[in-house]
Write a protein that binds this ligand. Structure first.
Ligand code: HEM
Ligand code: HEM
Length: 124
């Protein structure tokens, strides 16, 4: 789980930076919220999940952790294009669905943290 997070987070960062550079170069900042959330949900949030699962390997072992990471990843790849579509007037549906998946991933993460942190043998 940690590995999936560590590999995908910098990919989102690179894509987010490319979008940032394209915006800066073109002077068209319309997609700034999509760029911001690609960086913040894709790079920052996923990297934090990766850091947690590295520091607390016990948490990464459960099936629930697999579901948590899966939801977080699906959330990024649906919400970010969804935000871009919403900005371009192509509908808000995908952004809404993606946001709810991201929220579900975070709520699951809260549960996993509470369940594992403080347990003997939880930390690396
Ligand atoms: C090569 C790196 C990057 C470039 C060239 C870049 C470029 C930009 C540009 C041009 C804007 C629009 C500014 C405006 O219209 O006021 C912007 C907004 C933003 N960027 Fe970046 N950025 C980069 C990296 C990052 C990273 C690493 C993060 C977060 C971890 C980030 C987070 C944001 C946020 C939150 C916004 C505001 C979004 C909004 O207004 O909704 N950016 N960036
Ligand atoms: C389900 C998750 C999220 C939803 C639905 C959401 C929604 C939004 C919305 C609707 C905006 C206003 C965009 C606009 O003005 O055009 C916004 C802006 C922003 N969000 Fe999020 N967000 C989420 C997660 C996050 C996370 C995890 C972070 C940081 C780690 C973050 C950081 C920001 C920042 C920095 C801005 C720009 C604020 C500004 O321009 O003053 N968001 N978000």
């Amino acid at each position: 789980m940690a590995r999936i997070c560590w590999v995908t987070a910098p990919i989102y960062a690179a894509l987010g930076m490319i979008l940032g550079l394209v915006m800066a170069a073109s002077g068209d900042h319309t997609l700034a919220p999509a760029h911001g959330h690609l960086n913040l949900l894709g790079w920052v949030t996923i990297a934090l999940y990766g850091a947690f699962y590295t520091l607390v390997p016990l948490a990464a072992e459960s099936r629930l952790a697999r579901l948590q990471v899966l939801l977080a990843e699906i959330g990024v790849v649906t919400a970010v294009p969804g935000i871009a579509m919403a900005i371009m007037g192509m509908g808000e549906g995908l952004a809404k669905v993606g946001s709810l998946i991201i929220l579900a991933a975070m709520l699951l993460f809260v549960f996993i943290v509470i369940r594992t942190v403080g347990q003997p043998a939880a930390t690396a």
